[in-house]
Design a protein around this ligand. Structure first.
Ligand code: DOR
Ligand code: ZN
Length: 347
């Protein structure tokens, strides 16, 4: 008989955009409701580059999630060409910075202050390597002569592979991988190289975004690729391989900023993240592998304990609301209006 419920260790989300101010207040509860911890991305309008900024942002997140007192936001530093290695080391040793994020300059939302040439931050990366502070990478090149669908694969060849060779002990998370190339690459590396996989990249390919009318709410970066890549990501996620773990990349933008002549990149998947992920594992007849991907592999990579709490998922349909929050900041949740097979049990 097919499984109708599943109880697992409470998962964590290893890649989250919570924003700030009113948007933070509106969206943070959706992450905190499901996850024990979340790695918080630092790409605010003014990027999080110092320990003091991260500590203040963490306090605002805790305030916004006070209904879920167990929730723990893990903070990251935004790497720039000129970031001070000492600031990172201090932030890491004080327990404020869990990791640092590399955005190639202009690769995505709020990345203008990102790194223009990785060689410029080699001293910083060396310091991170020596203290065991993980590097989280947005793995896309930005050169205008590289096609947007090839940007991840070219990043592997031109940036990631040489970096790993130069810094073999650096812990690296290749964030939100979208290609078979990335899944194969990560699998072939040593244990200090891992990857997050979003739920939308397990569920949609580029045709879903573009056929029958453009779907701005399915546009994100890295952009969804061909079906063969989606299938490779599903295979990696259900494999149980400890290198692969859950990271939604939930990235809310107000509806008007998505449904626009120049629409923002980002999918707001937080509200039903676990329900969608478990649906993938169910479809793949791999529910027995779900706990590893969602709750065990990530903590092992980061050297953190697994959560004490358990979460129960039940196979009982629910409908995703058409929108969440209040204008002008209302957001369209991933799969707005659609039916989901699973839900999180609240009893
Ligand atoms: O789709 C995306 N949205 N990809 C990113 O890398 C950034 C994110 C955002 O902050 O909106
Ligand atoms: Zn992201």
């Amino acid at each position: 008989m097919a499984m109708e419920s599943l109880t697992i260790t409470q998962p964590d989300d290893w890649h989250v955009h919570l924003r700030d101010d009113e948007m933070l207040k509106q969206v943070a509860q959706y992450t905190a409701r499901q996850f024990g911890r979340a790695i918080i991305m630092p790409n605010l309008k003014v990027p999080v580059t110092t320990t003091a900024m991260a500590a203040a942002y963490q306090a605002r997140i805790l305030q916004a999630t006070s209904d879920y007192p167990g929730f723990k936001p893990l903070m990251t530093a935004y790497l720039t060409d000129t970031i001070d290695p000492q600031e990172l080391q201090t932030g890491h040793s004080e327990g404020i910075f869990t990791a640092a994020k590399l955005y190639p300059a202009n690769a995505t939302t709020n990345s203008a202050a990102g790194v223009s040439n990785i060689k410029l931050i080699y001293p910083v990366l060396e310091a991170m390597q020596s203290i065991g502070m993980p590097l989280l990478v947005h793995g896309e090149v930005v050169s205008p002569d590289v096609d947007i669908f090839d940007r991840e694969a070219v990043f592997i060849e031109t940036i990631l592979q040489p970096l790993i060779k130069d810094m073999p002990e650096l812990n690296v998370v290749f964030e939100h991988i979208t290609t078979k190339d990335a899944a194969d690459f990560v699998e072939a590396q040593a244990d200090n190289i891992g990857a997050t996989i979003t739920v939308h990249h397990l569920q949609i390919n580029r045709s879903d975004m573009l056929v029958g009318g453009i779907k701005p709410h399915l546009y994100c970066l890295p952009v969804a690729k061909r079906e063969e890549h989606r299938l490779a990501l599903r295979k990696a996620a259900i494999s149980g391989n400890k290198k692969f773990f859950l990271g939604t990349d939930t990235a809310p933008h107000a509806i008007g900023d998505k449904e626009s002549a120049c629409g923002c990149a980002g999918i707001f998947s937080a509200p039903h993240a676990l329900e969608n992920y478990v649906q993938v594992f169910d479809e793949e007849n791999s529910l027995d592998q779900f706990e590893k991907f969602a709750a065990l592999n990530g903590p092992a990579f980061y050297g953190l304990p697994i959560n004490d709490k358990k979460v129960r998922l039940v196979k009982k349909p629910q409908q995703v609301p058409a929108s969440i929050g209040h204008p002008p900041l209302a957001v369209s949740p991933y799969k707005a209006g659609e039916m989901l097979d699973w839900r999180i049990s609240t009893d």
